[in-house]
Structures are given as structure tokens and as C-alpha cells.
Ligand binder design. Sequence first.
Ligand code: HEM
Length: 374
Amino acid sequence: MKDIHVTLAPGPHLEAITTQVAHDLNGSIRKLHGKTTRINLLQWFRHEFGLSSTNGIYGPENPFKDPKVEAGFWAFDDNISDLLITPKASFTCPSGDRGRADAWKGFAEYFANNGHEKGSELVKIRHKHAAERCLSDLDIGKLEVTMIIGILTNTVPTIFWAVYYVYRDATLLQDLREEISKIAIKTASEEGEPTWTIKNVDLKSQAQLLAATIDETFRHRTCGISSRYVTEDVTLKGQYLLKKGTIMELPNNALHSNPEYWGASVDEFNPRRFLANPRSAEAKAARGAFRPFGGGASLCAGRHQAMSQMLGALALFIMSSDCDPVSGSWNFPGAHGHTIAAAVDLPSTDLWLNVKPRKNFESDYWRLDPTAKE
Ligand code: HEM
């Protein structure tokens, strides 16, 4: 775990991942250029984020490029709770059981063929620790498929919800476009069409409303639980005895939905909530109550990669595309914490959207530049 945190901390190891992810996101947005595309939003991001994240982490031999491995992983994830409690999964949960076997096989072959040697420092170090303990390629592959739950199953629903919250609110969409246009630089592309470049570094330092919108999305849709082992008897508030040797489950959405911390507007989606002055009473009350990435010793190691990917993808989507729900209105699609492993709600139904080039920018291209420094 220590080495996982090191390889995902800001620095050259993380940059190698975020650079590849940004490059792939540019390709994803380019596919939408110049035409109206009808997409299932969640499915679209499952594929586009699925490939960009895994290309960044597993390198050119990425097993996720095999559609059988990709489909297998999502079948596994969709059925994970059932698989955990079912003894004869091949009878009771056949698609999840088959899916995980396909995903395991792809990753076992990847390690057997030394594909990880061309991948990120993260996968190299994970392989090194497992191989030193004499795990077989199949077992290392199985462990890696579990890691992908962390890598993918929260970023994908987060971007789904962020797109939903932004596009259902025309004012927010307009404000975000104004914010991002201040950092977008116009050049001419090879095809002679205008191309706008957005530096990842500027998104991080100057797109406050964009980041605050993602944070408010997290506040609403967090379903993660931090689990903690109680190492000594402790009494909280003179009232609650936590016994040594037991496990505490801390559901983060209990904090995110408590009016004591967020005030009377707790149930509203307010994208400006996180723009409040940190010294204000409002911000002070909420301090410590915002835990989308958990906290303490096991705070999410992938939070920097996740935020970089979400800021980049949301900025590109907003600047390049208009989108309308095929149903005619932005109805709330329903939400539930789909598996015990998830930290972000999955929508109950996918959104069927017409995505078309942004009005008045029909022929323009939009791209991220992850390499520029401050
Ligand atoms: C929206 C995206 C994400 C969310 C909301 C999220 C959320 C979480 C949460 C709630 C935890 C548990 C923290 C605790 O115990 O208090 C966690 C742990 C972890 N996450 Fe994430 N995560 C996300 C993306 C990622 C990504 C992209 C990666 C890897 C590239 C990742 C890797 C990890 C790891 C390795 C841990 C375990 C850390 C430890 O126990 O030391 N996560 N995450």
C-alpha cells in the first residue's frame, strides 16, 4: 500500500499516467466532432474512461484493449455483491462468474508476457511485491482485476453525474464555459480548423467553479464507506463505546447529507457551495464532513489521478458539445450504491443523449495539453 501511494502521488510517476489519460481523452472527444452522436452516457464513459485509465496504468499491452476482457470486467463489477455471497456462482451468477474469469485470464496473460514492464510504475511495483511472494501469474492477474474496481468504478459514475448536473442547468453550463474559455488557447489545427488547447495545469489552478461542481457532485452521490479496525477501547462523546478488536464502518454519505454541517440547503445541488471563503462559518462547519475519498491513513491513493481525469474530461465535454436527453427532459435517473466496493452511486437507469457539436463552435476542436508546466 505504501508503494501504491508513492506511485500515485504528484510527481513524474503520476504524470506519466495522467499524460496518457489526457491523450486518450482528446481522442474520445475527437470522435464526437462534426456530427450528432446518440450515446448512453454511462456506457460511453465506461468505455472511454475504461480505456484511458487502463492505457495510462497498464501501458501498450493493456489487457483492456481486448473487448472480452473489458466486457468481462464490467460483468464482474455489475455482479460483485452477488458473487461475494454466492457459493456456486457458475449456476447462480453465470455472467458475473464468466466475466471475472475472462478478465482474470487477460491479466494473467499480460503478466506472463511481461506486459507490465512497459506499464506505469504503479503496475510494476504491484507486480514486484506479488512476485516476490511467489504468487502465480493467475493470482497476480486476479489481484489486478480487483485493483481496477478502485481505478474505474468511481470515476465513471462521477463523470456521469457531473454531466447530468451541469447540462440540466443552463446557467451553470454557461458559467463553466465562460470560466474555461479564459484558459483555452486558440490555434489552427492541421486541418485548418480552429483548435482550442486547455492546459491541465491551468484547469487545476484556475477552474475553481469546475472543481467545485465536481466536489458538489461527490457530496451528493458519495456512497463509500471507510472501514476501520478499532485498536483500543474508546468512548466517543462519553456515550458511544467502541470496543477494541471490532470493525467500524463509517458511511461517508451520512456526513455529506447532515444539515448540521451543510446548513438548510443540504439537499440542494449548489455548485458554488465549495467556493465559499475557507474562513467563513459555512466552510468551517463543513470542514471534516467532506469525505468522498475517505480520510486518514487509507485516504484514497488515486485521488490526484481521478481529479485530473475528471477535470479534463468534463472541461472537454462542456466546451465541445451540446447535449439533449432523447426523452426531452433531464429527469433524475435514480441512484443507488450498487456494490459494497463502490464509493459513488451508480444511476438506476442510463441517460440516452443526443450529443452534438456546440452551437457557434461547430467546426472547432478541443484538446488537453497535459505536458505544459506552471
Ligand atoms: C472518483 C474517484 C474515486 C473515489 C470517489 C474514490 C474513493 C475512495 C475511498 C472512499 C477510499 C477508502 C478511503 C478510506 O478508507 O477512508 C479509497 C481508497 C483507495 N483508492 Fe480510491 N477513489 C477514486 C478513484 C481511485 C483511483 C482512480 C484509484 C487508482 C488509480 C484509486 C485507488 C485507491 C486505493 C489504492 C485505495 C486504498 C488506499 C489505502 O487503503 O491506503 N481510487 N478510494
